[in-house]
Design a protein around this ligand. Structure first.
Ligand code: F6P
Length: 536
């Protein structure tokens, strides 16, 4: 048995007791539990007191991070070591938000001069476009269409929506799906002469993005004489972008040490910079950089990303809960669950460890969610009374951006807190029977109705509370989740920075295309053949 197996074994042994004890009882046993099982940083409060984690469990989880050498691995990441071992790459998205005076080396060369140069070019471009000095062929740019998918879409789309109160730039639209409906519905509202198209693709080969970009170029070509002049590219493949017809000085590049789903801090964030302006974009980067510094310096027991990761590991790899729900009580974070789906599931949805051996524990969980309070009227039924336990992660701000509608915000907060309380507290059969008695029921009918009204309770949740959703806070929150994924990946021994699992479907889609145009489909399975016949 390795040391890490011992750590998992200790946690398995603690689980039985921990799960048999009502979470609520932990609060009566320890009046300081809320303070002891929470951590603060800057304007954030991470409360994990409403989980079954007690002091011995937390100690064992912290030991797990020691066994997995999380701190060494963390420093290796920040130092630019090639920790993405299957692709032989450094993992340095943190450099994109590092302070201007940072020195970060990859294979001996400081990457920061290029980062600073690109940052300055983005700022200059954004300022000029926002001021109307860079204009379209029909006048100042009013609309920006970001064409990208996965990491080249989800981050900026999520952040642009999240920071809507700070918008004072052009309207931003996001087209990702190869379904023609997406681009057609987006472009039909726009004036081509006053639209900027951003082609966001690290590789500049992704089929969906290239297909949408070509369609946008054709659309623009119908209205302006030089469509390429209203395009910019965000890519690591400058030559391919130039071949597409985008001037080299309109290509904002980044290196292969920036993973797609970790890329919104650099050029992929251009739409956000255009929407909110370079100063707010800088505040967003500063928030993330502050979280990086916290992650590197804070003791593990007070370290927000580490603690959030520990709750994840406890729920998924020890307790065996298959999914986790992300429930932002913040309408403007409504794309956060989708963003985190890619971040977490593409990073830690792996079945083998770095050395190619099978994982001894389940991989990362299924991540899903919707904003509260909407979810309450949809899937919370299952969360409260279904047979599966779904650990929930609530996000809630102390203050909204609509002071004149503060009563809405009070309702939002009340609902958020009520849900985590209800999940923990539940309702016993005795309480349900009393309710039915009050309604005048008796006998078998009382019993039957009462059973439908029982909530098992003891269902864990974590709450991330923040003062207000500002650019800085958003940067911190996203970086918090990135590092959480990192810690979970290191403990599992996974490479969180590759994504081989997306390749097979891409290959088969390419091979299928000719079959939809009459090619011989005999080699396909019966189901696929029948579907081809139906669909063509
Ligand atoms: O298919 C998965 C993926 O490679 C993601 O990892 C990435 O974010 C997305 O596709 C888009 O890739 P690109 O930016 O190269 O177009």
């Amino acid at each position: 048995m390795t040391k890490i197996d011992d750590c998992w074994g200790r946690l398995d042994a603690l689980k039985t007791d921990a799960l048999s004890r009502p979470i609520l009882s932990l609060f009566s046993a320890d009046p300081d539990r809320a303070a002891r099982f929470s951590a603060r940083f800057d304007g954030l409060l991470l409360d994990y007191a409403k989980t079954a984690i007690d002091a011995p469990v937390r100690d064992a989880l912290l030991d797990l991070t020691q066994c997995a050498a999380v701190e060494d691995r963390r420093e290796a990441m920040f130092a630019g070591d090639a920790i993405n071992e299957t692709e032989g790459r450094a993992v340095l998205h943190t450099a994109l938000r590092a302070p201007d005076d940072a020195v970060i080396k990859v294979e001996g060369a400081d990457v920061m001069p290029t980062v600073r140069q690109t940052r300055a070019r983005m700022r200059e471009f954004a300022q000029a476009l926002r001021a109307g000095q860079i204009a379209g062929q029909g006048g100042p740019i009013t609309d920006v269409v970001n064409i990208g998918i996965g990491g080249s879409d989800l981050g900026p789309a999520m952040a642009v929506l999240a920071l809507a109160p700070f918008h004072d730039g052009p309207r931003c639209h996001f087209v990702s799906n190869v379904d023609a409906a997406h681009i057609a519905d987006t472009l039909k509202e726009l004036d081509a002469g006053r639209t900027l198209v951003i082609v966001a693709s690290k590789t500049f080969t992704t089929t969906e993005t290239m297909t949408n970009a070509a369609t946008a170029r054709d659309w623009m070509g119908q209205s302006v004489s030089d469509p390429g002049a209203q395009f910019v590219a965000l890519s690591s493949a400058t030559a391919k972008a130039v071949d597409f017809g985008i001037a080299e000085d309109r290509v904002f590049g980044f290196e292969d040490w920036v993973g797609g789903r970790y890329s919104m801090w650099g050029p992929i964030g251009l739409a956000l910079m255009l929407a909110v302006g370079p100063d707010h974009f800088d505040a967003f980067l500063e928030g993330a950089a502050a979280m990086d510094a916290h992650f590197r310096a804070a003791p593990l027991a007070e370290n927000l990303p580490v603690l959030l990761a520990l709750t994840g590991l406890w729920h998924r790899q020890v307790c065996g809960y298959a999914s986790r729900a992300v429930l932002p009580y913040d309408q403007r974070l409504s794309r956060l669950p989708a963003y985190l789906q890619q971040l977490e599931m593409e990073s830690n949805g792996k079945r083998v460890a770095m050395d190619g051996t099978d994982l001894s524990r389940p991989s990362g969980p299924i991540v899903w969610g919707e904003p509260g309070t909407n979810g309450q009227h949809a899937f919370y039924q299952l969360i409260h009374q279904g047979t599966d336990v779904v650990p929930c992660e609530f996000l809630i701000a102390a203050e909204g951006h609509e002071p004149e509608l503060a009563h809405h915000h009070r309702l939002l907060v009340a609902n958020c807190l009520a849900q985590s309380e209800a999940l923990m507290r539940g309702r016993s059969l005795e309480e349900a029977r009393a309710m039915m008695r009050e309604k005048g029921l008796s006998g078998a009918e009382l019993e039957r109705q009462a059973r439908h009204r029982v909530f098992p309770g003891n269902r864990p949740s974590v709450t991330l509370a923040y003062d207000r959703l500002t650019p800085r806070r958003l940067g911190q929150i996203v970086a918090l989740y990135e590092h959480r994924v990192f810690v979970e990946g290191v403990v599992l021994g996974i490479n969180s920075f590759d994504q081989w699992g997306v390749e097979l479907g891409k290959e088969l889609a390419t091979a299928l295309q000719p079959l939809l145009e009459g090619g011989n489909a005999d080699a396909k399975d019966g189901s696929t053949q029948a579907l081809i016949r139906f669909l063509t």
